[in-house]
Structures are given as C-alpha cells and as structure tokens.
Design a protein around this ligand. Structure first.
Ligand code: SF4
Ligand code: SF4
Length: 94
C-alpha cells in the first residue's frame, strides 16, 4: 500500500495540455493545486499526499505525480514512451 506521506512526490503539470477546468484542484485534498491565469499550477508541492486524485481525474492527462527519487538523473519528455505509459496505464495499444 502506498504511504500517504507528504513531500515524497513531484507534481508535474503540462500547461500545453491543461485547459484549466479546475477538476484537479477540486479533487486535491491537500490544496496543492490552484488555477492561475487559466492553467493549473502547483503551489504547495510539499503538501502532496500522493493520493493520485488529480492525475486520475484530469481529462487531458496533463498531470503526472511521481516519486521524487525516480526523477533523478532521468529525462522525461511529454509524448515520449514514458508519457504514453502514464497516459494509458491499462496498456492499450493504438
Ligand atoms: S484537471 Fe487537468 S485540464 Fe483540468 S485544470 Fe487540472 S491539469 Fe488542467
Ligand atoms: S496526488 Fe493528491 S495530494 Fe498530490 S497534488 Fe494530486 S490530488 Fe493533490
């Protein structure tokens, strides 16, 4: 079971994909995300409890929540193979 510890995750938002609907901010129990200038913004990343609600409910797949440790020394490009896996966790092929 995933521990709900604060400060263990990075919350990435891709502004090009975000339409500013506010669903992520509404679902976030820790008020990590706010809508500013029509886009979702991470304002309190250290308060993130890694519940995954934002990522799960974003209709545009514009949010990725991942452990901070996993990003070190790696590149992660929107639209790359990793992103495709995140966008379609069921593994469906196009
Ligand atoms: S749910 Fe997705 S599209 Fe809507 S504001 Fe949040 S990041 Fe943007
Ligand atoms: S994973 Fe949960 S606590 Fe963290 S930003 Fe998303 S909704 Fe908020």
């Amino acid at each position: 079971m995933v521990k709900k510890q604060k400060g263990q995750t990075s919350v990435l938002i891709y502004p090009d994909w975000c339409k500013g609907c506010g669903i992520c901010a509404a679902f976030c129990p820790a008020k990590v995300i706010e809508i500013k200038d029509g886009k979702a913004c991470v304002i309190r990343e250290n308060e993130c409890v890694n519940c995954g609600f934002c990522e799960l409910h974003c209709p545009d797949f514009a949010i990725v929540v991942r452990p901070k440790e996993s990003g070190e020394g790696q590149t992660w490009e929107p639209g790359g193979p990793s992103a495709a896996a995140v966008r379609d966790p069921r593994g469906a092929r196009s």
